[in-house]
Design a protein around this ligand. Sequence first.
Ligand code: PLP
Length: 382
Amino acid sequence: MRIYLDHNATTPVRTEVADAMLRVLRGVPGNPSSVHAEGAAARAEVERARERVAALLGVTGAEVVFTAGATEANNTALCAIAAGRPDGRRHVVVSAVEHPSVDAALDELARRGHPVTRVPVDRSGRVAPDAVEAALRDDTALVSLIWANNETGVIQPVEAVAELAHARGAWLHSDATQAVGKHPIRPGALPVDLSSLSAHKLGGPKGVGCLVVRAGVPFAPLLHGGPQERRRRGGTENVAGVVGLGVACELAQRELPERVAAAGRLRDRLWDGVAAKVPGARRNGDPAHVLSNTLNVTFPGTQGELLLQALDLEGVAASAGAACASGSIEPSHVLVAMGFEPAEARATLRFSVGHGNDESQIDRVLTLLPDLVARARAAGAP
Ligand SMILES: Cc1ncc(COP(=O)(O)O)c(C=O)c1O
């Protein structure tokens, strides 16, 4: 049996989600835009899912725009909505620890002539609200701040930054992809204008997510096409995917307190064991503001990619930084932004627990790690 400790890369689809999707794939053939009974049945599925997503986030269904995942949601927030502010504001402020889907969208905005300011983080991975305040200008259109980082799990002061942004007339976008379903967040209860999420990070399918757009924020579509999603996102809805997202959100709402507690127990067991058994191991990220499922550890003197391969051969899946950066020898930009030397960043692994993990799996990893780290150290750092 393999041990999967990479839930921040993606999560296994929950059985309840797969069952609901299969029911729709087999029994709901209509196009939600069609007016006949088959169309109406598909429309009802989409709208029920929308209400489930909205309930988890504390927003109204009308604020939920389904997308093909968080990358599309982030691109819509930045390259369409922020770029098209009716008052002509063009400056964008962003943290130094965003996901590549935000960073690359900002690179595109910069190419189109938008001024972009990147705000640094401290050694613990957090942005100081003061530093964001100092970066705000009279022409700031939007501040984008990741809610919880995918590599370190560090949770940012989203509410404080949103208030500062609003005080200067800027909108706040948060990439909430890692926080939703793992941490009790309610974007609807905060002054957050735009938030992104993705189903596959909370037990749903890949390729579907949404952008939540607060009522009153002038919308500009990224994908131009038919009138779907109230003319906010062209293209026939991914009905089964959207239904899967809805069920994943409903499960999250029901299970969240226990989910957070269970993940925290496993994560702490793993860290306590590593601290006791692996000399020199260092935990990264602010432990007071971190997702309960995420452990980011540096094993000085090792090459993280080799350690990862050794774990994989022993049946353990973990990650060295962001999944989309794996295979690249570039050190994680998140850890570099936190002040890590490249060699330290390359000696760092991320373990992220979730549904399906238990104590015996953590204990098995703890029996393997000391020896694998010693061997990786003998092989030498890069
Ligand atoms: C913080 C964050 N934002 C965005 C994404 C992209 O999500 P998707 O795979 O749905 O495009 C991910 C996942 O890779 C992520 O962790």
